[in-house]
Each structure stands twice: as C-alpha cells, then as structure tokens.
Design a protein around this ligand. Structure first.
Ligand code: TRP
Length: 522
C-alpha cells in the first residue's frame, strides 16, 4: 500500500504547526484565559504543555510513524506488539468510572456510551479508542467550522468597510471604547442570525474540503509553509498597536502576572483541556500526520518545535488581544465574542485599519483552515483505509465527501444554536435529557465543553497508557531515537520522556478528572 510522505522534516513541522496553530490560539486561548483569571491560567497552561502536552505529542507521532496506518489500525497494531490485556482492562475500568461520573451528572446518553465503551474496550482494545478519536474529531470540526465561518464574515466586513473606522479628530480612548461596545453588540446580533452564520460556515467547510482533496503534499504542506510565517508577522504588528493604546498595560499585566487566588482546580482542568485542544492532541491527528513521516526524521525535535511555535502563537494572540481589551474597557471574561469586540476597535485606531484588518482575518482564516483540514484528514484517512472494496483503497474523494457531509449536517445544529437555544427548543429538551448537567447555554458550548474537557483528556490518557504501559518507553526508544540526521540525544531526555508518559501525564490527567467529576476535591 503506497502512502504519501511529507517532503521534508521542515514540511512536517510546519504542517503540524499548521494543524496546531489555529483558532485555538487566537480565538479560544484569549477568551478562556480571560474567563479563568489571566496570568495564573497562562502559567498553568504553559506547565501543562511542557509536562503533559509534549510527551503526549511525541507518543502520538511515534505511534503514527511506527505503524504508518490510520488511527484505528495504528492503535490496534501497537497494542498487538505487546500483549495489552491488562491495559485493556484498565481502559474498561476507566470507562466504567466515566459511566459513574455521568450518572452523577444525569447525562444518561453518555452513561450509555460509556457502558458501551466498557464492552468495546474489553473486546477491541485500543482500536476502539481510535474510533472514539475519529468521532470526536468530526464533532470538533462541526463547531470549529462555525467559528471559521465567523472569520469569513469578518473578512467580508473588513473588505466592504463594514468594520468601524477611525473618525479623524476623535479622542482615541473614548472612541475605541465606543467602537468596542458596538462591535460586541453587532457580533451578538450576527451570531443570533443563523442564516447569515450559515453562509460563512458553508464557505469555510468548502475550503477545508478543498485543501484535503489536494492530498497532503500539495495541499496542506504547501499552504502551511508560506502562511504560518506571515501570520506571526501580522500578529506582531497588531501587538504593537494594541500595547500602545492608552491603558493597555493593565492587559499585559493581566495576561502575564499570576495571582495566588487564581489557582483553582477548575483553572487546571481548563488549562489542560485547552493545551490538548491547541496542540491538536488526543484526537490522533498527530498520529495521522506522524504516519506520513519519514523514518529518518527526528521526532523529538519536531515535537519540540511544534510545542514552542504553538505556545508562542497563543501568547502572542493573548498579547494582541488583552491590552486592547483593557484599553477599551471590555470585560476579559466576556467569552467567545472577546476578539470580535477587541480587534475591530484596535484596527479602527490603526493607520490603514481596514487593510490591516483584512490581512489579519485572512491569515487567521488560513490558520484555521490548516487546522480544520487536519481534523477532516483524520476522518478521511479512516474512511479511505477502513472502507475499501476488496483490496482497493477507498477513494480520497468519497472519503472527504463523507466527512464533509457528516460535519456539515452536525454543524447545522451548531449554526442554529450558537448564542442560545432559542432557535431550536426541541434540541435543548433533547440535549438536557441526554446530557444532564453537562448541558451548557447553547449547543455550541455544550459540544465544545464536552469535547475539549472530557473527550480530549480521556483519549490523551489512553494514548499515554498505550505508549507508557503497553508499548513501554524502553521498547519505543529505538523508534524515538531513529534519526537519519546524525543527531544524538543525551540519555536524560529519554529518561525524562519515559517518566513523563508513564507516570506524570496519566496521573495528572486522572487527578484532574477525579476532581472535575467531584470524586476528589483538591
Ligand atoms: N489545534 C487547533 C487550534 O488550535 C484545532 C485542532 C486541530 C484540534 N486539530 C485538532 C483540536 C485536534 C483538537 C484536536 O485551532
């Protein structure tokens, strides 16, 4: 079976960074940080990336490269290398634990799913986890693409002059605050108008499908190589304006200075979920990308770079947003609309604002498409390699179309319930009955909350168990150290990695889980 490969290790790093860097950094990171107290969240976030995110990322790349399969077959194969029955048992126990947690939350549908998982894990082991990953990736895409659609709308506004502009002679601070308030209102009105949101959503999904259709080399890799650097430059330009607005310094302090009151268990859970989301972990995307990676490329270095670039992008995103938020008097905790209030105000105060705004939103769109493409790619690889006729691989076109259709249909629910449930009262009733206290203020929030803070940590935990305890760091070491580039690693790196995947990461994830389900109060 011939599979494509990345052309070079830079190509792989940039494509992985392209998957990692997206709306998660520029849209989600600032608003989640804002809701969770700023500096303390940021500190915990960075720790989560270093101690949990990076080891998990290395593990995913290893699984992918070692097996060169789609997620489901890859997980199954690694498990097969070692006799994984005790860990299968452990997985079933975890699923049973989840079932209990969901019972407490009266999330009856999820109880059913968890009980089914107990059986599936016992019978099919890690291959079942691969299915969970695929399903969650498509679910995430179904709301990710809605946010992508907002960006499409804002490009349209920037181009057609629909964003507020500076009035010559007006006093900066007063004017910017007013613009921010109006931008916030107009964003609220926009997401409450599903038919308009639908247009952006469909455009975004079509873009995503188109990138994936191009295949990995000419599609994802080429796009990422040019655009990621451009995004960083534009972010820096926005930061310069943002931090020079009067009153901006407070925002910098909010973002970077931890407060002792800020370290609550909820903050840790949020930071962990956000770290997985932002690094594209737990969804086997990194497994999929790793499966296209050449044997002679250096995984540790690649993971290190992706982690650094992604964290940098998030911090720069925060630095671009928060100074402006404080300068114009927005509330940092105002939620998903945060950047859509703050950014228009910043651009209005820049010389040539509409042009900068257009460039910025276009870059953000591209960053988002490289991420959403990775989400769809995960499903597509599964469809191509699992659903074949005889010995023939399924066609890429059919696979992409299948993923596209599933996500678009699911996305319709999100489109009609982004702000609240008012357009879909029957959905609210259904979701409340099925998800109990996991239900949030809208379908959008419910899905995001469940995927980011429950599914991602769970699958990431499974991956650490698979690599740390089934495959074991000792047996995986040759794969980790296989580099054709003549690099050598100090031994402690290997030891540290082993320690992190085997002990630190799984224990941390379990503690956070126990705490968020109320079994343990830290
Ligand atoms: N990491 C991307 C972002 O920050 C989103 C994303 C892409 C993702 N692939 C993923 C999130 C897989 C979770 C899992 O925007």
């Amino acid at each position: 079976m011939s599979r494509e490969n990345w052309t070079s290790s830079i190509g792989f790093i940039l494509a992985s960074a392209g998957s990692a860097i997206g709306l998660g950094n520029i849209w989600k990171f600032p608003y989640v940080a804002g809701q969770n107290g700023g500096g303390s969240f940021v500190l915990v976030y960075v720790l989560c990336v270093l101690l949990i995110g990076l080891p998990v990322m290395c593990s995913e790349m290893l699984i992918g490269r070692h097996t060169r399969r789609n997620v489901i077959n890859a997980m199954g194969k690694v498990e097969h290398i070692a006799n994984g029955s005790p860990v299968r048992f452990a997985l079933s126990v975890l699923a049973a634990g989840m079932a209990v947690a969901f019972t407490l939350m009266e999330a009856w549908l999820m109880v059913g799913v968890a009980l089914f998982a107990v059986w599936a894990f016992a019978r099919r082991g890690f291959a079942a986890i691969g299915w969970v990953c695929t399903a969650v990736a498509l679910a995430i895409l179904s709301y990710y693409a809605v946010v992508g659609g907002w960006i499409v709308e804002y490009i349209w506004r920037a181009v057609t002059g629909g964003l507020a502009a500076h009035v010559p002679g007006a006093e900066l601070s007063a004017e910017a605050s007013q613009i921010a308030v109006e931008s916030g209102k107009s964003f609220g009105a926009y997401i409450g108008d599903p038919w308009r949101v639908l247009i952006g959503f469909v455009v975004f999904m079509a873009l995503t499908g188109a990138v994936i259709l191009g295949g990995i080399r000419s599609g994802i890799e080429r796009v990422s190589k040019i655009l990621m650097p451009a995004l960083f430059v534009l972010l820096l330009i926005v930061i310069v304006r943002s931090v020079t607005m009067p009153g901006a310094w407070e925002g910098v302090v909010f973002l970077l200075k931890p407060t002792s009151a800020g370290f609550t268990p909820k903050v840790v859970l949020m930071a962990l979920g956000q770290a997985f989301f932002s690094l594209s972990l737990g969804m086997a995307i990194t497994v999929t990308y790793g499966s296209y990676l050449h044997k002679d490329q250096n995984i540790l270095r690649a993971a290190g770079w992706v982690g650094v670039l992604d964290t940098l992008a998030a911090l720069l995103g925060g630095l671009a947003i928060f100074p402006a938020v404080f300068a114009v008097g927005l509330k940092p905790s105002s939620g998903p609309g945060l950047i859509f209030g703050a950014l228009p105000a910043t651009f209005a105060e820049m010389w040539g604002g509409a042009i900068w705004a257009t460039c910025f939103f276009v870059m953000l769109l591209i960053a988002a498409v490289t991420s959403s493409a990775s989400l769809l790619e995960c499903g597509a690889t599964v469809f191509i390699e699992r659903f074949r006729r005889g010995h023939k691989r399924g066609s890429r076109r059919t696979a992409v179309l299948t993923g596209f259709v599933i996500c678009t249909i699911m996305g319709l629910l999100t489109v009609f319930s982004t702000a609240d449930w008012s357009h879909l009262p029957w959905l609210e009733r259904g979701v409340r009955a099925c998800m109990g206290s996991l239900t949030q203020g809208s379908w959008f929030d419910t899905l995001d909350n469940f995927a980011s803070y429950w599914c991602l940590p769970f699958t990431a935990l499974a991956i650490t168990l698979l690599v740390g305890w089934v495959w074991t760091p000792r047996r995986a070491a040759p794969e980790l150290l296989a580099t054709g580039e003549g690099d050598t690693f100090p031994r402690w790196i290997l030891l540290a990695w082993g320690l992190l995947v085997r002990w630190v990461a799984p224990i941390a994830i379990i503690l956070v889980f126990l705490n968020s389900t109320g079994f343990l109060s830290l």
